[in-house]
Ligand binder design. Structure first.
Ligand code: UDP
Length: 232
């Protein structure tokens, strides 16, 4: 299960919320890796490049409404990703937690598993369909539901793993190759939402934190190369 942040799809150079070149690069890596490594891959795509529920809530908006807007943003990203992966020759299915019959399939666990068995990249949209969450926790939940071996958390901020402190502000921070769930929680390391971290701990799903923006890292993560930080 790959958690792909919506912001990873945005352009650094312009105001484009979806940068075609970046999406193409990520899609190509996903399609090639699935083909060459024969792995089954599901993607939970975020929506932070379009809308975050907390942004509207901070302006006084109803939180649940604002979060629904965020979830709809993830559907836009999911369609962009679907289009790009299919242009690379890999079949995909978008499964949304919010029913949208004209646009994509609804999320049905058994159907997701069947798509994966048939070699389709499954793209989960609309998180888990509930407000008050980000897409980190649905990524962990769906990982458990489809019995994923690992949750790959791709970062887009240039941080290539879990550090003892934020390496962007503390140059002396050390990077862990491996770290336990307990240690992540004890140190309050914000690599993912804590709800997602505790869920993965309780359900024994390892998390690999790696730099998504560096070329070849998706493939590296999927083939078990020692990149990033493994939390288990
Ligand atoms: N969201 C939600 N429920 C979910 C998943 C997402 O309400 O199950 C909303 C929430 O407002 C969140 C937004 O969708 O801020 C976009 O998702 P996220 O912040 O995870 O995007 P990312 O940071 O991964 O780009």
């Amino acid at each position: 299960m790959l958690k792909l942040s919506g912001e990873a799809l945005a352009s650094e150079l312009s105001d484009e919320i979806i940068d075609a070149r970046t999406v193409r690069r990520i899609a190509a890596e996903i399609a090639e890796s699935c083909e060459e490594l024969s792995v089954e891959l599901a993607v939970m795509v975020g929506g932070g490049n379009i809308w975050r529920g907390t942004t509207g809530a901070a302006e006084g908006m109803d939180r649940a409404t604002s979060d629904t807007m965020g979830q709809l943003g993830t559907v836009i990203n999911a369609l962009a990703l679907q289009d790009a992966i299919e242009r690379e020759g890999r079949p995909t299915r978008v499964l949304s937690a919010i029913a949208m019959a004209e646009v994509c399939e609804p999320y049905i666990r058994r159907r997701a598993i069947r798509h994966l068995e048939k070699g389709r990249v499954v793209i989960f949209a609309a998180g888990m369909g509930n407000p008050y969450f980000t897409t980190d926790t649905p990524a962990a939940l769906r990982a458990a539901e489809i019995e994923a071996q690992v949750l790959l958390k791709g970062t887009h901020s240039g941080v290539d793993g879990v550090y003892s402190a934020d390496p962007r502000s503390e140059p002396g921070a050390i990077r862990f190759d491996e770290i336990s769930f307990a240690e992540v929680m004890r140190r309050d390391l914000r690599v993912m939402d804590m709800t997602a971290i505790t869920f993965c701990r309780d359900n024994s799903i390892p998390i690999l934190v790696f730099d998504l923006m560096k070329e070849g890292t998706i493939r590296g993560a999927l083939s078990g190369e020692p990149i990033g930080t493994l939390i288990r």
